[in-house]
Design a protein around this ligand. Structure first.
Ligand SMILES: NC(=O)c1ccc[n+]([C@@H]2O[C@H](COP(=O)([O-])OP(=O)(O)OC[C@H]3O[C@@H](n4cnc5c(N)ncnc54)[C@H](O)[C@@H]3O)[C@@H](O)[C@H]2O)c1
Length: 316
């Protein structure tokens, strides 16, 4: 990786990934954004940025040519709950947009990372320790675009040799940029409520387990897979990765270790609950561990300690 374009750089992952890439690489790390979601502060000041709407193939091609981009991080998407409200737009961004990126990558010989999700799995997939290769039959538009995106990315590798790589992110938890409307957002919001001393209204019911990961591990996964020697790759799009799995009661009780009077009530959101019910309880990430050495660093307790400390430092 030398010169990198991050499409969707101002979102939850992009805002941190772009800064991390800039701290690691000396080439052009270009923050791609759309009107209304401009980079601000450090993200804006610390490197080049460009308007790159993923539905506009010409904008992608021009930016790739201008900055001699060799790697594209394609983070543009509508997240699971938002995609259900706007399924047509979710397809346009997730699939037409991906097609544009892959075509530019084919012509200009770029590597491409497009995150997939635990949302590729559906109610017929095995629930616990969901294997790498198993039934993927999601019923949400988010899941449909993610499965199709995995297939299209693999197609571009086998048919045209485009170096496509990807991980299936679990819910990512961070204190930096708020999440963009996913089903696992509650596991971020809960920390804000706890630190503010508010009662948290949990939109997901007790007993609903989902895979989660602390953002530093998620960023490391996104970078390590692109740096990995592909000689051992059996898979490409996309690898299960995992760090921890919990339900709302478990995370609440872990927070109470540090904020004993923290209170939570359940106020279940039927849309998010239905999506969560169709997703796995936990993933088996053996293939990622074997094929490119994936290993998480944070568990629930070390994440909770760091989240509370960092949110307090931010003055939340
Ligand atoms: N955050 C998570 O927990 C999580 C989990 C699994 C997978 N993912 C995947 O990771 C990727 C990034 O997620 P995120 O959490 O940062 O999402 P986000 O919603 O926070 O950010 C998405 C970004 O895409 C941009 N965008 C929207 N429409 C665009 C367009 N037409 N052209 C270019 N950019 C556009 C937005 O401005 C935003 O910067 C997505 O593919 C998402 O599905 C995220």
């Amino acid at each position: 990786m030398k010169n990198v374009l991050v499409i969707g750089s101002t979102g939850q992952i992009g805002s941190e990934l772009t800064m991390k890439l800039r701290s690691l690489y000396s080439g052009n790390i270009v923050a791609g954004y759309i009107a209304g979601a401009e980079p601000k502060g450090e993200l804006k000041e610390s490197g080049p940025s460009a308007i790159v709407d993923i539905t506009n193939a010409q904008q992608i091609a021009e930016t790739v040519a201008k900055y001699e981009i060799d790697t594209i991080y394609n983070l543009a998407a509508l997240l699971s709950a938002v995609a259900e409200a706007k399924p047509q737009l979710a397809w346009k961004i997730g699939m037409d947009g991906l097609f544009n990126v892959l075509e530019v990558a084919r012509e200009k010989e770029c590597a491409v990372f497009t995150p997939s999700s635990i949302g590729v799995f559906g109610s017929n997939s095995p629930k616990d320790k969901t294997p790498q290769d198993t039934i993927r039959n999601p019923k949400t538009m988010y899941g449909v675009t993610k499965v199709s995106g995995e297939l299209l990315s693999d197609y571009y590798f086998t048919r045209f040799g485009v170096d496509t790589r990807s991980v299936r992110f679990p819910g990512l938890i961070s204190y930096v940029t708020p999440p963009g409307g996913g089903t696992t957002d509650y596991a971020v919001d809960i920390y804000y409520s706890a630190v503010k001393g508010e009662t948290f209204k949990c939109p997901i019911s007790e007993g609903t387990f989902m895979d989660m990961m602390y953002m530093p591990d998620g960023l490391r996964a996104a970078i390590e897979i692109m740096e990995a020697d592909p000689a051992k790759f059996v898979h490409r799009n996309s690898f299960n990765i995992a760090a921890m799995s919990f339900d709302p009661a478990i995370i609440a009780s872990n927070i109470r270790k540090y904020i004993p009077d923290f209170k939570m009530e359940y106020e279940v959101d039927p849309l998010r609950q239905a999506i969560a019910d169709s997703w796995p309880n936990s993933l088996d990430d053996t293939c990622a561990r074997q094929e490119w050495g994936w290993k998480p660093e944070y568990d629930l307790d070390s994440m909770t300690r760091d989240m509370i400390e960092k949110l307090r430092e931010k003055g939340i």
